[in-house]
Design a protein around this ligand. Structure first.
Ligand SMILES: Cc1ncc(C[n+]2csc(CCOP(=O)(O)OP(=O)(O)O)c2C)c(N)n1
Length: 281
């Protein structure tokens, strides 16, 4: 791998998360479309992965030894694009074309964008692809790791459970699935739409090693990823407890912000809140 990124101090990372939130809102407003609540809930996870954990770089993105990150909850592409731009995978100015005619920066990840590992957006595909990729690493005697991010509302897709079974059968301890457990999905609370709790016990019974963290605590996230494999020979699951719409008071825990686009006043209010958070970070 060409370069190992520099590990940032904690304060710089916290500030990055706030800047990322500002940019997510900016580009969602620019596109007049996007998945606001779920991008805000997962961006701390992406911050830690891309700035502390993943062995990836724009210059060596095709290296067979790179770590893989597959965003299964593809609808939250705004968070991914903002972080990839920050890591230099493409010029941030490209995001001004979000959802515009002929742009590759559309509402779900596509491999036409540098840094995107897999096309996703139809839920339930990221984990199966990640399992195959992690199995390939084992078969090729490579030591790269595979990370995939799922939403808790995505878990009822049956393909996830087939993949979970397969991951433990092949002892894929180089695989880490992260559930962004913000407890809401598109139409309501996940527990009402299709309950998947207790998630830890379900995955443990499938042969996974599970850690539960506060998905907005950068240290907890980092410590969990750094302790992989949690148990030798078992696939890793991080249950990240998060808040949908995190960081913007009037968006937090509100189903309508799943794909709500802020109007001008709401946008200004949100940016003011984030600027205050930045000032005290
Ligand atoms: C196969 C499939 N079915 C339905 C959808 C429509 N859809 C988009 S987002 C979403 C809810 C996902 O909830 P969750 O995974 O919890 O996402 P988050 O709350 O983190 O945004 C649904 C059902 C889809 N993208 N793919």
């Amino acid at each position: 791998m060409a370069d190992k990124f520099k590990v940032m101090n904690e304060r710089a990372l916290v500030q990055k998360s706030i800047e990322y939130r500002k940019k997510i809102l900016k580009y969602i407003v620019g596109a007049n479309a996007g998945h606001t609540g779920g991008s805000l809930s997962c961006v701390d996870i992406l911050n830690v992965l891309y700035n502390q954990v993943l062995n990836v770089s724009p210059d060596a993105f095709v290296s067979p030894n790179r770590d893989r990150y597959i965003q299964s909850k593809g609808h939250c592409v705004e968070a991914l694009f903002v972080v990839l731009a920050d890591r230099g995978f493409f010029p941030e100015a490209d995001l001004d074309t979000m959802c515009k005619y002929q742009s590759h920066y559309i509402g779900h990840p596509t491999r036409k964008v540098n840094g995107v590992e897999q096309n996703t957006g139809a839920l339930g595909h990221g984990l199966p692809i990640a399992v195959g990729t992690a199995l390939a690493a084992k078969m090729d005697n490579k030591d790269y790791r595979v990370f995939t991010l799922l939403g808790d509302g995505e878990l009822p897709e049956g393909s996830n459970w087939e993949a979970a079974l397969t991951a433990s059968h092949y002892k894929l301890d180089n695989l880490c699935a992260i559930v962004d457990k913000n407890t809401l999905q598109i139409t309501g609370p996940t527990s009402d739409v299709c309950n998947t709790d207790p998630l830890d016990e379900k995955f443990e019974s499938f042969g996974w090693a599970v850690k539960t963290v506060n998905g907005h605590d950068l240290n907890e996230l980092s410590a969990a990823f750094e302790s992989m494999p949690f148990t030798k020979g078992k696939p890793n699951l991080v249950i990240a407890n998060t808040v949908k719409g995190k960081g913007i008071s009037f968006m937090e825990n509100q189903v309508k912000w799943h794909h709500g686009v802020p109007n001008k006043e709401q946008y200004n209010e949100a940016i003011t809140e984030l600027d205050h958070a930045l000032a005290s970070a």
